[in-house]
Design a protein around this ligand. Sequence first.
Ligand code: UDP
Length: 329
Amino acid sequence: MNRVLVVGGAGYIGAQTNKLLADRGLKTVVFDDLSTGHRSLARWGEFFKGSLADPADLARCFKKYRFDAVMHFAAHAYVGESVTDPAKYYRNNVANTLNLLDAMRAAGVKHLVFSSSCAVYGAPRALPMRETLPLSPVNPYGRTKLMMEQIMADYAAAYGLKYAALRYFNAAGADPAGEIGEAHEPETHLIPLVLDAAAGLRREIKVFGSSYKTPDGTCVRDYVHVADLALAHLLALRYLQQGGQSGGFNLGNGKGFSVLKVIKTVEKVTGKKIKVQMAPRRAGDPAALVASAARARKALGWRPQYASLETIIKHAWDWHKVKVIRMRK
Ligand code: UDP
């Protein structure tokens, strides 16, 4: 039977994937330092507390278990923070991840499913975005993801690593069964912030920029359900195990929604009116990011099950209400 090491399995997307793997009968071990993740979200499979910064932790973990594959979710992911504190990003997302690659090499583990990002493209010249676009990130976060993709390609050529770099567009939604969802501290993402406003935890929502060249002037993003991202990881693992070629795969629904459309949909789903304030643009935000996931569809057989924005927001809201009740206790 397959045993998978889920690095960062106590975080939002890692936990959802870990749950799916366990549901499908795979053995999993979550490796997490709990610096930003939550132990309560890592309740499937086994748990190993350790840090990627410490090669000895990795060595102990790889000695204790024999793994068939690794999925790697543990990274810092705030674009703004990556600009003000790039050292933190290069250290964790690149240097510490090299420790993981080296531990895999030492243990002879060949298969890696890696959390990459549409941030590797920077501001795209064409929509929808295919994997053939130039890779030209516009912030340190995107550069850390691109560097890791380049490093993995070199390890593949030299050491026989097989990898899938899954380039997420805007991860959103929550576990359809309500067991896992976003719980970032601080929260910077649009949907949870608008839900905070709907729940009365925030007075208003600031819209960062209203003069973009988009239909309503606000930024357009491709929101993809976290359960669909989890599914893509499972399919990518099978793909690699069946001899599929290493490389990058976009994960998005191929449909973009503006900030104002997201706010309107939250109002519809929650029945609450959201107070909106127009604000200056946020540095580094491209006007529109929309995926072509044709490669993932063809090579991995990936078919998103929760592509509607309303469903994504409904699941996020169900989770958000539970979170708010817990906070008020
Ligand atoms: N956004 C906004 N107000 C907020 C948070 C985000 O207008 O309080 C916008 C942001 O400028 C972007 C979109 O919402 O155009 C999605 O931002 P998010 O931070 O959720 O994801 P990103 O696209 O940065 O990965």
